[in-house]
Design a protein around this ligand. Structure first.
Ligand SMILES: [Zn+2]
Length: 420
């Protein structure tokens, strides 16, 4: 005779069950369609448990099951399972891509982006505006993004459901409430960006905000160049240089959430260029946009991604001063990266943002610094890559931030959502 579990045991089992439902959803959300057999192996659970977890997600409308060749499974799941035991390949579980979605926002240094991203990660719809470098106050940024967000929400299919919202911002963000503590390029100090955007969207959904380089690092690990790696570095260049460091599968966020400011690592304290932070010789002062443009002899009124790409293009065409500028930037970048490899022993270093454009021309100097300055055992396996998600690394990161609640507890999160 079995006894009823004590309340504490029941609660613990309930927590484990919720965790397993979320973990299964996360596997197919990030990894694409996979068979019950593969899910059982990856999650270390037996097939009947996987079948029960999947049934809950099917009933909730988040996933569907199909025979391996495609097409919807119509047979009774118990009969399918019985046939599975008789040697047929097990059913494939995949997300329903157009029903549950998130709104993702990206405040980048030169553009404002909003997107509707479906479960599974596909960008279903997007809006984009050029962001002026100076004079963009909170009101203007939130106005543009909220208008885009409302348009995306209203254009979504009538029976679809918004399960979360997330935003990426190029500055230092207080975890939990989306407060921008410091946004150097726009001069923002303590601006309640997440709360304002949530209010102005009027969907009754909070807007968590993440630092762009932190989110870019996570996105590249989850969906980009670093899939499968537990230790990686991501350097995101715009006007300055931001960073994301993933150690043991987790982002290093620091005591207050402001960690990984790789751009303000001092690499040239004696003769260094002045940095926006008030210091001298920070990595971003030596390798940021202005450093490259000055090194290439470009006048002060030229700036931005186009100016930067023109230096790279000139270097490709053989222009010696442009090549020399990339070499100089590459040397400083290499010094920074060599220090970071010695500290963190990453499996990969990923260059994103404008560093994606600069890295190919700067790679020989970076590799030379690594060969010269990194301890031999730490450089044995490290790989250097440009970001695989292109300019969308940070947007994809914002979308994953928005999906976090759904992945943590799919059924409870769905229960909180409002129909369109
Ligand atoms: Zn600095």
């Amino acid at each position: 005779m079995s006894r009823a579990p004590t309340p504490a045991v029941g609660m613990a089992q309930e927590r484990i069950h919720r965790h397993n439902v979320g973990t299964l959803l996360r596997h197919v959300h990030l990894g694409g369609a996979m068979s019950r057999a593969v899910l059982a192996e990856r999650m270390g659970l037996n097939r009947s448990t996987i079948m029960a977890l999947t049934a809950q997600l099917v009933a909730a409308g988040l996933v569907r099951e199909e025979p391996p060749g495609g097409g919807l499974a119509t047979a009774d799941p118990r009969r399918e399972e019985a046939r599975g035991r008789a040697g047929r390949p097990s059913l494939v579980v995949r997300v329903r891509p157009n029903w549950a979605y998130v709104l993702a926002f990206d405040v980048a240094v030169d553009r404002l982006v909003a997107a509707r991203v479906g479960l599974g990660g596909a960008v279903l719809d997007r809006r984009e505006a050029v962001r002026p470098r100076a004079g963009a106050d909170l009101d203007h940024v939130v106005d543009v993004l909220a208008r885009f967000g409302r348009q995306l929400y209203e254009a979504a299919p009538a029976d679809s459901v918004c399960v979360g919202i997330g935003a990426s911002y190029c500055g230092m963000i207080r975890p939990g409430d989306g407060m921008v503590r410091f946004g150097p390029d726009m001069g923002w100090v303590d601006q309640a960006f997440g709360a304002e955007l949530s209010e102005r969207l009027g969907l009754g959904i909070p807007v968590p905000v993440g630092n762009e380089a932190h989110l870019g690092a996570l996105a590249e690990q989850q969906r980009g160049a670093g899939v499968g790696l537990q230790n990686l570095l991501y350097l995101h260049g715009d006007v300055g240089v931001g960073g994301g460091i993933i150690v043991g599968g987790k982002l290093l966020d620091g005591d207050g959430g402001y960690g990984c400011e790789l751009g303000h690592m001092v690499v040239n304290p004696y003769n260094g260029r002045p940095c926006g932070c008030g210091s001298h010789g920070c990595l971003e002062a030596e390798v940021g946009e202005r450093a490259l443009l000055d090194a290439a002899g470009r006048p002060a009124h030229l700036w931005g991604r186009d100016a930067l790409r023109s230096v790279v293009d000139d270097a490709d065409r053989g222009d010696e001063s442009a090549r020399e500028a990339l070499r100089r930037i590459g040397d400083w970048l290499g010094i920074g990266v060599a220090n970071l490899i010695n500290l963190f022993n990453p499996g990969m270093v990923i260059f994103g943002g404008m560093l994606r454009d600069i890295y190919p021309g700067a790679a020989p100097q970076v590799r030379h610094r690594i060969a010269t300055n990194v301890l031999p055992v730490a450089r044995e396996r490290v790989r250097l890559r440009t970001c695989a998600l292109g300019d969308d690394s940070t947007l994809v990161g914002a979308a994953e931030l928005a999906f976090a609640d759904l992945m943590a507890d799919p059924l409870a999160t769905l229960a909180r959502t409002r129909p369109h």
